[in-house]
Design a protein around this ligand. Sequence first.
Ligand SMILES: C[S@@+](CC[C@H](N)C(=O)[O-])C[C@H]1O[C@@H](n2cnc3c(N)ncnc32)[C@H](O)[C@@H]1O
Length: 480
Amino acid sequence: MTVNLLEQNHLYLLNKIEKESFAYSVNSSISRKKKLGQFFTDSSVANYMSTLFSFKKSIDKKLKVLDCGAGHGVLAIALLYKLVTKGYKTIELTLYEIDNEALKYLDDNLKLFKENHDSINFSYTIIQKNFILDNGSNKFDYIISNPPYFKLNKSDLEAKSMSYIVHGQPNIYMLFMAKSGELLTDKGEMVFITPRSFTSGTYFKKFREYLLDKLSLEHIHIFNSRKKHFKNETILQETIITKFIKEPSDNITITSSEDSKFLVLNSLKVKREMIIERGRNIIGIPSSKEDIEVLKLFSASQQTFRDMGYKISTGKVVTFRSREYIHIDKYNLFSSNQKSVPLLWMQNFKKEKLIFPLDSKKEQYIQNLDKTKSLLIKNENYIIVKRFSSKEQHRRINIGYIFKDKLPYDYLGLENHLNYIYREERQLKKDEMKLLGSFLTSKEVDQYFRIFNGNTQVNATDILNLPIPAELFKGYKCQE
Ligand SMILES: C[S@@+](CC[C@H](N)C(=O)[O-])C[C@H]1O[C@@H](n2cnc3c(N)ncnc32)[C@H](O)[C@@H]1O
């Protein structure tokens, strides 16, 4: 067959798979799709993913290829075609799929591929078993996958079988990635399309540690528009493509495109240590030259908030658990020997200023009793960091100040949506607070946060691990 004809046949096959998958998906109930974690990849995304492999294995080698959670086979077929065009002649493909009804399509599509490529030595095996629970002993040179995404319980068999990477509630996709990593041959490569959550989520900490210890992250692709890359599916999560290789590598390439048409592809190359945070292995994803400059600025900093002795905790008052102790009115329901103290919410901080009391129907007081002591904090100087930002707020980090002398109380209650920064051994000084506050709300910190954190939540540990550029405290003398 001529090259042109091969390509035409390939495009025809991918087009056929895409159409069939679309029809299949439309006729499948939402609950069934959720149970299987079944969302089909567009052929343009499959093609793009296949271009990310480096194909370092010798073309004379018998290649072993895996697609786990194969669906109708779009990813495997895109990769197979790439391998054929690179000159590989002996390919053994393994596919895992548990959906009975998808198997017929998968088998038909692979038969068609085989017919189109009768000059190569190609064989395939479809394994109709749970990929995570199967004990196959094969290793693979190239793995491509769009794994199922859904949350598991810790007690589910899949989670139990890989408990060494489970920390909190696991998502099945991370088990697919970790297990695939275990099945790679030396210098093997795997390319996955998954939610972005594993790059920074707390529940993925053990998984990141495990995977980044075994493999090198070599490529990240992000889509600037959240919804446009699965044109036939409704995916609300931010999705990324990652490539991991089983050999040491210090550089990571980051590409971005608007959508699945990949018309304009921006590309950056960074050093591994610049985007993989020490300690929690959080993976930052810079997407512009300005982002790289910000990373350079921060990577030159030796000290974090934690190193400098600052502490950060989360407000302990969870209102639905403390209903009986919290009140709208200061004196309401209290006998004369009971005292109430302010209960501060996110709404109490406007443009960094504390406004108390608010003109509102919120419960603004909490009883100061032996029973509630563990929920209260001493009235001291604190920098408040809101844990969530609203859509209108253009910065991720929104702060406020509590100055001890502004509130005539010994204790305060802080609602659970607030974090507070303090030092254990001494009060924060006012000028020190302003210095840290203006740093936290700077454009650079906002950018740094966005690079490392895909969602809008600000966790206490995110702040503790934030590097503080040395210049910030240059010339500053804390007056005791
Ligand atoms: C997100 S879909 C991707 C399908 C196809 N690879 C694609 O990209 O269009 C994941 C597939 O994995 C299958 N699957 C779900 N759980 C599985 C498991 N434990 N083992 C093997 N396959 C599974 C689902 O039936 C579904 O077809």
